[in-house]
Design a protein around this ligand. Sequence first.
Ligand code: AMP
Length: 187
Amino acid sequence: MTHLVVFLGPPGAGKGTQAIKIASEFNLAHISTGDMLRQHVKEQTDLGKIAKSLLDEGKLVPDDLVIQMLIERLSHDDCLGGTILDGFPRTLPQAKSLEKINDKFPVVKVIVFEADQEELTKRILLRGETSGRGDDTEDSIRVRLEVYQKDTEPLITYYEDKGITTKINAVGNVDDIYKEISKEFIK
Ligand code: AMP
């Protein structure tokens, strides 16, 4: 059985940074669907060709494509000891797709990253100066934050109802936030 821990939160909240640190400290696999999609774009695969303009505009890639990509990735051996999902699920159908495979891949914990919109926009624009990401632009950030509020934020209640969420204040020092999150993995 591969336990899944979901890192849920708006773009720019630091999910990726924290996921890398936690995964290495606690020997977990780290799956970032954003990183996987960017790799597809780079390699110009069929999926990459469909995803490119959506990523640049800050829109979501269709559920069925992302779900298929994620499920295939979960079947790799490195996921056996537990996996952090960074950037998935982002919609209710994506969350429900995890329910369907729940006996093999149960979601045991959801870390909810909280930060205000102004702070996030600032952070992403700053990141854009060095990230080389085509979607770290003002127009795309606006869309990404809107998409988050509309499609992804409802997942917080969805997982709260299951009693598996922990909220983290994602504004502040990276190491302090890391300490907060690690408490959830030692218990
Ligand atoms: P991220 O690196 O998580 O910020 O993701 C970058 C972009 O990849 C998003 O703005 C979407 O276009 C796409 N993406 C990543 N994860 C998903 C997902 N779970 N569902 C749909 N699109 C996604």
